[in-house]
Design a binder for this molecule. Sequence first.
Ligand SMILES: Nc1ncnc2c1ncn2[C@@H]1O[C@H](COP(=O)(O)OP(=O)(O)OP(=O)(O)O)[C@@H](O)[C@H]1O
Length: 258
Amino acid sequence: MDREIIRIENLTKIFRSRNKEVVALKDLNLSVKEGEFLVIVGPSGCGKSTLLRILAGLEKKTHGEIYIKSKLENRQITAVVFQGDAIFPWMKVIDNVEYGLKLRGVPVEERKKIAYFYLKLMGLEDFADYYPHQLSGGMKQRVNVARAFASNPEILLMDEPFGALDEQNRLILQQELLKIWEGSGKTAIFITHSIDEAIFLGDRIVVMTAQPGRVKAAFDVGFERPREMLSLKSTPQFIELYRKVWEVLKEEVLKSRK
Ligand SMILES: Nc1ncnc2c1ncn2[C@@H]1O[C@H](COP(=O)(O)OP(=O)(O)OP(=O)(O)O)[C@@H](O)[C@H]1O
């Protein structure tokens, strides 16, 4: 039986400032299975980032419960990959990638070995001694992904990590992300605005409602792995699933524009 790793019950988040209240999430319920690649889509402002930030412990919930079932001690539960530059500009690529391991006191030789392993998987082994400003946007994002995997979390949280990239680089990074993830057994939660990306990457796609956000619908993505974007995209099943997700999402996008 699939083991549940995250359970979210009636999660509500209200942002309060002096003269304003924003209900970002309202009674959101979600269960995530261990090893699952879950993709979240939803209209702009529906609370996707807020949900991820709460899961990562970067933001406090207002009401509700979140259960995260960790099996390992001394291991980071979540690692977050944000859109754009989240790497430290003053650190070399290799130091960025091993940063999480260093914080946990992993000995230097071991952490270098792990960091090089992921740099190599991301095709960046020749850039280990470069500084972020010497890299392109796509390369920086690959460092970001390598750093998240190197820190060996049980759960990877990704907030539109490829949103700012051009289409060719996005395709390459999606494929590389899947390659690393497929061998890792890790649970991944990934936010995107792209239905193509959601179907290509996900085991399951959750569609959120317009603000205040909760789960509106969920779709299983039955495609076998490993996947290849171009061959997948031309199948009738892909087109059918795309249409179903868009139908549900469109209603919410239209609501959010009112
Ligand atoms: N720190 C904050 N203070 C006040 N309001 C906030 C704060 N952070 C987010 N919000 C509000 O909460 C709502 C949800 O924001 P959030 O960034 O989670 O949405 P999102 O679905 O990730 O949007 P997008 O798809 O555009 O990135 C928005 O109305 C936003 O303005």
